[in-house]
Ligand binder design. Sequence first.
Ligand code: TXA
Ligand code: MG
Length: 379
Amino acid sequence: MTARVLAPTGQNVARCAQALLAGDLVAMPTETVYGLAGHALEPAALARIFATKERPTFDPLILHVALDLARPRLQQLAHLVDIERLSSHAQAQVERLLQAFWPGPLTLVLPRSSAVPDLATSGLPTVAVRMPRHPVALALIRAAGVPLAAPSANRFGRISPTHPDHVLAELGERIAWVLDGGPCEIGVESTVLAVSGRGELTLLRPGGLARTDLESVAGPVVAPGQAQPSEQVRLSEQGLLSESVRDAGMAAPGMLESHYAPRKPLTLLDSSVATLEPHTWQALAIPPSVRHLGLLLQSGDAQAGAARLQDHTGLHVTAISLSPDGDPADIARHLFAGLRALDASEAEWLLAEPCTQTVGLGHAIADRLRRASHGTRQP
Ligand code: TXA
Ligand code: MG
């Protein structure tokens, strides 16, 4: 099977919706990354998602929905979420978040209802839900008339796809259809936020929506690493941290240290290439057999960055700049495509500049670069 990329016409969307209802999988565009969509309430379709991605079943899925925006929002999730398990304060928190940020790059982790198959939640008592804002995703969810489970449409642990060609490279032999929505607008995955029964908010994954935006609407947000040990116990009692996840040493499901990874080794630099000195280069201890480097610049001119590294090292350098003027939205939008292009280039070893921004999208960019470089031997 080789996947076909379909133009997002009404007819093709209807065809894909039929395929989803028959238990097949379809790759769909969202504003963050492309998702591998399947019928969220059909265990057989969920099992195909895990098999197609080679994803371990302890890593739960996000259910994508399309609400009627003219009506109160939380009530519309009653088939997926056990609203009774949320205090009235928590319900008000969730309604505020849904009003402010849906449709968009925010995933909420909430108490699940019994209608949600165990496979979707990895047996956790919670379920992750998101309403994307990409018009093709919304059209597909509405045409199917059921929630769609959709992890990023890449093989497990690899670089997320932000263009139909990336989906073909990852899963082209394993699925039939990719709905074409063009390049993704945001380029990093949604922000994942857990809401406890009492309405406390925990950031499980930084993403396309800034923590400061969440806090301006709903008050303080803690990150799992910041939580006190007692808080960690409470999170795990609520199922926000599962046994398997704690055993594997992860902060939250899916927050594996190595993720978004190119096939080639990737070293994350401490500072920009402009400040690289010969001794800092030597300290990187790149194996002497390497003749060709790939360089991912956060900003500036790719040619100039390549020339500077070439001068220091005497090696060939292929460089990509994510944003000439260092705009975080551009950097996020181009990040995964840049990593993917260097991975496919002649370069044998990749270097990436660090993200200097630590808030907003910078938080998500830094997180993805750290995970993409995890496991590459550091001196
Ligand atoms: O932007 C996105 O979120 C994309 C697009 C396709 O919507 N989807 C995506 O899915 O990134 P995926 O499967 O690659 O990441 C889902 C994340 C994982 O980190 C997973 O562990 C977490 O959501 N998650 C899902 N259900 C959860 C739950 N019940 N509790 C805690 N984390 C959960
Ligand atoms: Mg993913």
